[in-house]
Design a protein around this ligand. Sequence first.
Ligand SMILES: Nc1ncnc2c1ncn2[C@@H]1O[C@H](COP(=O)(O)OP(=O)(O)OP(=O)(O)O)[C@@H](O)[C@H]1O
Length: 336
Amino acid sequence: MSTNILEVKDLKTYYRTRLKEHVHAVDGVSFTLEAGRTLGIAGESGCGKSTLALSLMGFYFPPLHFGSGSIIVNGTDIMTLGKEQLRSRVSGREISYIPQAAMNALNPTLRIIRFIEDIMKEHRPELSRKQVWELAVERFETLNLSARVLESYPNELSGGMKQRTVIAISTILNPKVLIADEPTSALDVTSQKAVIKLLKHLLEKGYIQSLVFITHELPLLYHVTDDIMVMYAGEIVERGTAEQMIFDPIHPYTKKLMGSIIVPEEGMRGHKLAAIPGTPPNLKTVPEGCRFADRCTYAQSECRQGRIELQTFQDRSYRCIVPADTLREWYAYEDE
Ligand SMILES: Nc1ncnc2c1ncn2[C@@H]1O[C@H](COP(=O)(O)OP(=O)(O)OP(=O)(O)O)[C@@H](O)[C@H]1O
């Protein structure tokens, strides 16, 4: 039987600007993630992916605020916990996060082992220094890092080693969910794939139980994650298996994202390469109706009326008023 390790229900979070305006960065997001699964989240810059990650971690520090909804991690709604409980019981243990550019954020004055010791002092105080060292050596070796790295300072490590070090530190407590937010430069597809491979290795070893990988390159997720969710203007606009999303996108935005690949992947050459004209809407005042309508080649007047709900068709979910089969016909005609 499948178990949901993460369940997010109608989550709304926003930034409050100095002018007291609200930026609705995560606006009614719902999804589940089962143990053992990997989920990719894709979308252009500014669609709310990083804010979703921060929100799932319970990192509500101004200007980011929780609005409503629930985030259930391994059976516990983290929004019912106090700050202290969240820090001691959830952060790092249940759910862990590798932010963008994490490798540049390592304190340069500390040897790597100190980062591990600090985490263990807080979460596993029963372990002796020797036990912490042994555990760290074992974990680092799993990630092809020698024990020598533990004695090094961050600036003594190469980019790739720093990357693996950050992964090792973020997963040292065997979190149930690991969220990795574009840990390498988007243009460097090869190293992004290498990172995902390492993360999947940790999943196979049982050090983490599920993985959420955030990227703005949808096609990068080909053969990489089990499922893919596409975000646009604070909302999920489509979800399906990686195979479905890449080879049979339904939502016009997903379709366009597939056509906007920067570096063609093996097996996907021949796709048209083009940026999507226009920009995502300003999330201070979200447009009525479909948020993608202004950039959608197929938009009709009904698209701009009322909220467009996420609908489920067979095993797919997508947020568009046009039936999936009609969209597929249009795409087939266009691709000819
Ligand atoms: N500190 C902030 N204050 C106000 N608005 C913010 C803040 N941080 C992000 N935003 C806004 O929230 C929205 C979502 O941004 P977010 O960074 O989550 O998107 P993203 O999809 O992760 O983009 P990227 O891939 O560039 O990180 C955007 O409109 C952005 O301008």
